[in-house]
Design a binder for this molecule. Structure first.
Ligand SMILES: [Zn+2]
Length: 160
């Protein structure tokens, strides 16, 4: 059995059961399907409006991810960034000046920094300003030997 919603030529809407769609076609053709209101046999299957989802039901808001209580340390690959006040910008400028001063006035020794730093520390060579690179392990070893040095301030500009 199949149920059709039908409408006559005067737009009376009614429902009727048929054995199947072929049975409906056959009966409609023969004028056997009539409107119960006006008895017209000019009936057609009504165009069904699709049921629209209710638009007035609000969607549940997406869950807001809650940040973990203790943020894990930032991965090395990320660049530290900050919104700075004018004082901090001034400090940053001073760091840049310090860095520029060091790099202009000190000798760049590159990866030989630990070696050169030791020579200076142990008086094997004249005391002078040097700068270069040291791995975290090398830096730790130098500190343990009591060799004083400072990391050069790294500015985001340097990474361009
Ligand atoms: Zn009718």
């Amino acid at each position: 059995m199949i149920r059709y919603t039908l409408a006559c030529e005067r737009q009376h809407s009614f429902e009727s059961w048929f054995q199947n769609s072929a049975a409906y076609d056959k009966q409609a053709k023969r004028g056997l399907v009539t409107c119960p209101v006006c008895n017209s046999s000019k009936v057609e299957k009504a165009i069904m409006a699709p049921r629209l989802a209710r638009a007035d039901v609000p969607e549940p808001p997406p869950p807001v991810p809650t940040p973990p209580a203790a943020a894990p340390p930032a991965p090395q690959a990320k660049t530290a960034v900050a919104i700075m006040s004018s004082q901090e910008r001034e400090l940053r400028q001073k760091l840049k000046e310090l860095r520029d001063h060091v790099t202009k006035n000190a000798n760049y020794v590159g990866p030989k920094f630990p070696e050169e730093a030791r020579k200076i520390h142990y008086g094997e060579t004249e005391h002078r300003s040097i700068y270069g690179e040291a791995s975290p392990d090398e830096a730790k070893a130098l500190h343990e030997e009591g060799i004083e040095f400072h990391p050069l301030p790294i500015l985001p500009d340097d990474q361009n």
